[in-house]
Design a binder for this molecule. Structure first.
Ligand code: HEM
Length: 394
């Protein structure tokens, strides 16, 4: 049986800093490409990633998300994102009530007020940091409050969350350097998110209540908490800062946003298509999978390259690399997954971006990159986002 293989190292610093030329090469090479450096199969095209997401039996999430067995076992066991079938349904049900649009309705006014307060504190006509002064305090503050954790732990938890995601990479110095802080995340939750320390009506309180009712096992409570502490923070911070970065570079599109000529969810979708905050997740072949002329043997691991799918010209046409909030089909992006594992927090994430854009648009006419101060990127195994984003609004 034929297969295409490549020596590309997806985790080389230069590739992580700008993965798009490498993704283009992989998409050209084929629908599925064996990555010799990592011993896995890459799915770089939009159609292939979508097919995999629609078939969670063939493309299993168990022991599959991260590139090392150690992390799949120690970090991802009993998480909602790392389980299949009935076990997955049982875990996901515990989150659904908190994250459903109906629950978010009662939070909407408070979330908008929070965004307004942060935007009102920004200087007009002077440089501010879109990450440190706006997206990070806004998103992490929102999620900490809903989880029932003290605001003073915000920066610490953000650091631990970023490291937990970094452990998903291949066995490397970067991945190993993240282990101690991922372990600290578990220790933190064990201690500070224990029964009696979080309010019963908070998100984490609801997880304890589910364990009390027997809906989940007691040992599943902390892994389930990662659904909020890890999945709900950097992802959305990166989505917000990416959207601001792109809008600051496209004044005509910023005007459309400020005038509310395009809905917030269209801006969200287009930003996610351009720069998926989670660039990839793994899956494991539940049986031999035939893709074109290639058979991926049962048990092998595949990487769903969400970041590559967002730039696939076969799906998006010749303007795939161009930011356009009026693109009619941006919502077909795969940066939130699709199917049974589709992001449980997507409604909250849209609401958060909309609140920031509404507050910025109400106060400022212009939004631009700060002159002479380029944004910086954090090189990360799986997340794509900005470390700093100097902006000027007036
Ligand atoms: C723009 C921000 C976000 C992005 C880009 C994002 C991305 C993703 C992706 C790609 C998946 C699919 C995983 C898979 O197919 O294996 C996912 C699942 C998930 N996300 Fe998000 N996410 C975001 C925001 C959030 C927020 C705010 C929360 C919670 C507060 C959250 C909680 C979850 C959970 C619990 C899952 C697992 C769902 C399941 O396996 O059934 N996410 N997210």
């Amino acid at each position: 049986m034929v297969h295409v293989s490549s020596g590309i190292d997806l985790f080389d610093d230069a590739v992580l800093a700008d993965p798009y030329p490498t993704y283009a090469r992989l998409r050209e090479l084929g629908a599925v490409v064996r990555l010799d450096a990592h011993g896995v199969w890459a799915l770089p095209r939009h159609a292939g990633v979508a097919d995999a997401l629609r078939d969670p039996i063939t493309y299993s999430s168990e022991r599959a998300l991260a590139l090392t067995d150690e992390v799949n076992e120690r970090v991802l066991t009993d998480t909602v994102v790392g389980t299949d079938g009935a076990a997955h349904v049982r875990l996901r049900r515990v989150l659904s009530r908190q994250l459903a649009p109906r629950a978010l309705k009662s939070l909407t006014a408070g979330i908008h007020a929070h965004a307004r307060a942060l935007v009102d504190a920004l200087p007009s006509g002077e440089v501010f940091d879109g990450v440190a002064d706006l997206a990070a305090p806004f998103v992490s503050g929102t999620v900490m409050r809903l989880m029932g954790l003290p605001d003073r732990d915000r920066a610490r938890l953000l650091d631990l969350a970023d490291a937990t995601f970094d452990t998903f990479g291949p066995d490397s110095a970067r991945t190993r350097a993240a282990f101690p802080r991922a372990e600290e995340m578990f220790a933190y939750l064990d201690r500070f998110a224990a029964r009696g320390r979080v309010a019963p009506d908070s998100w984490l309180g609801a997880i304890h209540a589910a364990a009390d009712r027997g809906d989940i096992d007691e040992s599943q409570a902390v892994p389930l908490m990662l659904s909020y502490t890890v999945a709900g923070m950097d992802t959305t911070i990166h989505a917000v800062t990416t959207a601001l970065h792109l809008l600051a570079g496209h004044p005509a599109q910023w005007r459309l946003v400020r005038e509310r000529a395009v809905p917030g969810d269209a801006v969200f979708a287009e930003a996610l298509r351009m720069e998926a905050p989670i660039q990839w997740f793994g899956r494991r072949a539940g049986r031999d999978i035939r893709i074109g002329d290639t058979v991926v043997p049962a048990g092998e691991q595949l990487l769903l390259l969400y970041g590559s799918a967002g730039r696939d010209r076969a799906k998006w046409g010749p303007t795939a690399d161009t930011f356009d909030v009026t693109r009619p089909d941006s919502r077909d992006h795969l940066a939130l997954g699709l199917g049974v594992h589709q992001c449980a927090g997507n409604h909250l994430a849209v609401l958060e971006l909309d609140a920031v854009l509404t507050a910025l648009g109400a106060r400022f006419h212009t939004l631009a990159a700060a002159p002479d101060r380029a944004p910086t990127r954090r090189v990360h195994n799986i997340l794509r986002g900005l470390h700093t984003l100097p902006l000027v609004a007036a």
